[in-house]
Design a protein around this ligand. Structure first.
Ligand code: FE2
Length: 351
């Protein structure tokens, strides 16, 4: 009991962070507080602050990109890199020799290689993409923060086991605050390997969305869906229809397409054929949405975020090892952990 009381200041403090779980924090999950509008207040405040920060970071970001991101919730750019650069990047990422970690969700395996500053020393092509000034400005605007997103190379493998479907294939929102994720696809994305699905306009804070957030906040804590209970609300097709401007859109796109999305909007990973996979550069940014300043943007802060993540992963490894289980993002060292020797054809070198 005393332990509980002592934790209240911590839980109270978490209200002013990106904490989202209705189960882990009894204040966030409190029925009474949410009836009084706690969750909705956090949503509204987070959005107000983010818009302010995005406004500050809009300098020299093309107007069309800004408009798309704010009105539709995504920016899409095909033929993002000149062809020769794109091909060289694909090859560099495929041959990259970093630590590969894997997370299994349902029947999908997501493998990621962290593109830390140290890793990028040996990856000039990826470094050039991620450090290009126009790219950085766009990232910072969409993230509403000067700190760059944490970037990985990502290889998603679909239908690798008999487990139930990947939970990411259900329409959902990631959290209560605007969150930016990007993919630079390094191969074609189709219904075969699972396109990203997004409901255009569903990221806007409409009256309808607020009413939905309010209703969800009152039942989230005891919701049968554990992702919903943890603050990542699942969305039914009917709700998705009501929250957006248009039906869910599947982004079937050629390789060399950059897609940036606000995952406060309704989205999912599209269904894919078993045995298929896709390779991309992937990154995300989720910062404290209640601090009205867009950060400092120093390179050391950027480096630090990679160190922190690496340390967290090692801690998780240790804790998992102590319980004789695998960490949710566990290392894999197998020869085929990364698509180094996959058919070159598939990645477009010859076609
Ligand atoms: Fe998501």
């Amino acid at each position: 009991m005393l332990k509980q009381v002592l934790r209240y200041p911590l839980w109270l403090g978490e209200l002013l962070t990106g904490s989202k779980s209705f189960v882990a924090n009894p204040l966030i999950g409190s029925r009474r507080l949410n009836r009084w509008g706690l969750h909705v207040a956090r949503v509204v405040l987070a959005h107000g602050v983010m818009r302010l920060r995005m406004g500050v970071l809009s300098w020299r970001v093309p107007r069309d990109d800004r408009r798309q991101f704010i009105e539709q919730g995504f920016v899409i750019k095909t033929n993002f890199l000149p062809e020769a650069e794109y091909r060289a990047l694909v090859e560099e990422v495929r041959q990259a020799d970093g630590e590969v970690r894997q997370c299994c969700q349902g029947d999908a395996q997501t493998r990621r290689m962290l593109l830390s500053p140290e890793m990028l020393v040996d990856m000039p092509r990826a470094r050039a993409v991620l450090r290009a000034p126009a790219f950085r400005r766009l990232m910072r605007f969409c993230a509403g923060h000067l700190r760059m997103p944490i970037c990985h190379a990502e290889w998603v493998m679909n239908g690798v086991s008999d487990a139930p479907a990947d939970p990411q294939t259900h329409l959902h929102v990631d959290t209560f605050q605007p969150t930016m994720k990007f993919w630079l696809y390094l191969e074609e994305v189709s219904d075969i390997n699972g396109p990203f699905i997004y409901v255009p306009g569903s990221q806007r804070l409409s009256r309808r969305r607020l009413a939905w957030e309010y209703a969800m906040s009152r039942e989230a804590k005891t919701h049968a869906d554990r992702y919903t209970a943890r603050g990542s609300f699942r969305v039914t097709p009917e709700q998705a229809q009501a929250l957006g401007d248009a039906p869910p859109r599947a982004f079937r796109v050629p390789g060399n397409t950059l897609l940036i999305a606000n995952t406060f909007g309704v989205h999912a990973r599209g269904g894919a054929e078993p045995g298929s996979s896709r390779l991309a550069l992937w990154g995300m940014s989720r910062t404290n949405p209640f601090i009205p300043l867009p950060g400092l943007g120093f390179e050391w802060v950027n480096r630090l975020q990679y160190r922190v993540l690496q340390r967290q992963r090692r801690e998780q490894d240790k804790r998992a090892a102590a319980r004789d289980v695998q960490a949710s993002w566990h290392r894999i060292d197998a020869d085929d952990a990364w698509p180094r020797n996959a058919s070159a054809d598939r990645y477009g070198e010859h076609g």
